[in-house]
Design a protein around this ligand. Structure first.
Ligand SMILES: Nc1nc2c(c(=O)[nH]1)N[C@H]1C(S)=C(S)[C@@H](COP(=O)(O)O)O[C@H]1N2
Ligand SMILES: [Mo]
Length: 198
């Protein structure tokens, strides 16, 4: 990343993370080709209404776009700074289709079945974003386009690329990495990497 803006002068990275200039593209499996014109997001599980909600790309954009400059912390210990995302706050989607009272977890599911466990609290945090663009261009397929979740304070395995579904669950259901020994919450600043720390 060249031409770092002046406000990015040396500042903290989460404990145990090493700063890199370029965050490598990283994911398990192939890059799916997902067409924004036919893409839908389903909000399912223990919803307040008892119903599922499905929204398409246009309906998502209509919730309003925001810029979020955020770091990406891979749990494998590399951090990239100042990725310039644009998208819709995840909180807007949670407000549109909230969980039932007392439901505190969600399984966030991607194309091909990748999934991550998130607390609804983290999903509703002020900078959690359904990202549609990076560096001013529509999100490339390898970066998770058309829609990817970004939750800046969590390890980035909590940010499924090729987002498809948010399923509220009354107890935490482990996703892809949580089943393989990684942390249910995954706060990078608290270094919540591994399941044994839970
Ligand atoms: N669908 C999907 N999303 C995913 C992953 C994956 O394997 N599949 N890997 C996660 C991990 S571990 C990281 S570090 C980031 C990497 O994002 P990047 O490729 O934009 O750097 O994507 C996350 N989102
Ligand atoms: Mo990662």
């Amino acid at each position: 990343m060249t031409g770092m803006p002046p406000w990015t002068e040396p500042r903290a990275t989460p404990p145990g993370q090493r700063l890199v200039d370029e965050v490598p593209v990283r994911h398990y499996g192939r890059v799916p080709s997902v067409d924004a014109r036919t893409w839908t997001l389903s909000i399912t599980g223990d919803t307040a209404s008892g119903e599922d909600t499905h929204i398409d790309y246009e309906q998502l954009v209509a919730l309003g776009e925001t810029d979020v400059v955020a770091d990406l912390h891979c749990v494998s210990k590399v951090t990239g700074q100042d990725l310039r995302w644009r998208g819709v706050l995840a909180r807007a989607v949670v407000d549109l289709a909230p969980p039932a009272d007392g439901v505190e977890h969600a399984l966030v599911v991607a194309e091909y079945g990748y999934a991550a466990t998130l607390r609804v609290e983290d999903l509703s945090s002020p900078r959690a974003l359904l990202a549609l663009a990076l560096d001013g261009a529509p999100l490339a397929p390898e970066r998770g386009g058309p829609v990817r979740l970004v939750v800046p304070h969590l390890y980035s395995f909590k940010g499924p690329k090729w987002l498809r579904e948010i399923c509220y669950t009354s107890t935490p259901e482990r996703g892809f990495w949580e089943e393989r020994g990684y942390h249910l919450v995954g706060d990078a600043w608290r270094e919540e990497r591994y399941a044994y720390q839970e």
